[in-house]
Design a protein around this ligand. Structure first.
Ligand code: SAH
Length: 217
């Protein structure tokens, strides 16, 4: 990595730590370890540590780094967990999840567009993630074959919570997903427990829309 990329990465890290935005030390380590520059288009490598989304094929985006960190932190992940991701995109969030669960855990990640599932596989080959399965398909249906999951993360805006995802979440599981309202996408943290389902919002964001059966298009 060039020293200028190093400096930009360090500046982002410092911002999160100094502002108290990211407190999970394992997550901060995952950010240090995973090279975001491996997941952006070649023309954007110099901008890999800017705190904004960048374009990837099919008019989709690799999410803003702070958004990736906040969503992952809200998942309260532990080593060995089994995780479903909807919206692989570049594969960057997938690589961060892979670091968080370690070699005893695994990630299944679904991507709607074949161009992007191929793009993510190519990007992930540059890392040493061996606990990741990328699937081309409609993630609104979840992935029954490996269900239930300890954690579910959706990285595209949903009109409402897709019912199969709620069904495929383990008891005591956590799901993080943006749900579209009139003005913005509200990031919902959903917890499933013996006493029922609870949901709270952790802020407003802006995401590309969920496609497919539970999407708008
Ligand atoms: N976490 C990704 C974000 C990609 S943007 C990253 O940081 O790179 C959201 C992605 O969700 C897009 O790639 C889009 O194609 C995908 N997507 C949209 N609807 C989907 C669906 N129904 N199933 C799976 N993926 C979907």
């Amino acid at each position: 990595m060039s020293s200028s990329l190093d400096d930009k990465k360090e500046a982002l890290y410092r911002y999160w730590v100094d502002a108290g935005i990211i407190k999970d030390s394992k997550l901060l380590y995952a950010f240090q370890k995973v090279k975001r520059e491996s997941f952006v288009l070649n023309v954007d490598i110099d901008r890999a540590y800017g705190d904004y989304p960048l374009g990837i094929p099919h008019f989709q985006t690799i999410s803003q780094p702070t958004t990736v960190m906040l969503m992952t932190q809200a998942l309260k992940m532990e080593a060995g967990m089994e995780v479903l991701e909807v919206g692989t995109g570049s594969g960057y969030q997938t690589a961060i999840l892979s670091e968080m669960v370690g070699e005893k855990g695994w990630i299944v990640s679904l991507e709607y567009y074949k161009t992007l599932s191929d793009f993510a596989c190519k990007n992930l080959q540059k890392t040493d993630c061996r606990n990741v399965k990328i699937i081309h398909g409609d993630g609104g249906n979840g992935w029954e074959e490996e269900a239930p999951y300890d954690r579910i993360i959706v990285t595209c805006a949903c009109p409402s919570v897709p019912p199969p995802l709620l069904e495929q979440l383990k008891p005591d599981g956590i799901m993080v997903l943006p749900v579209t309202t009139h003005f913005s996408d509200k990031m919902q943290v959903i917890k499933k427990s013996a006493s029922g389902i609870s949901s709270k919002s952790i802020g407003s964001f802006s995401f590309v829309p969920l496609r497919g059966i539970y999407g708008n298009f």
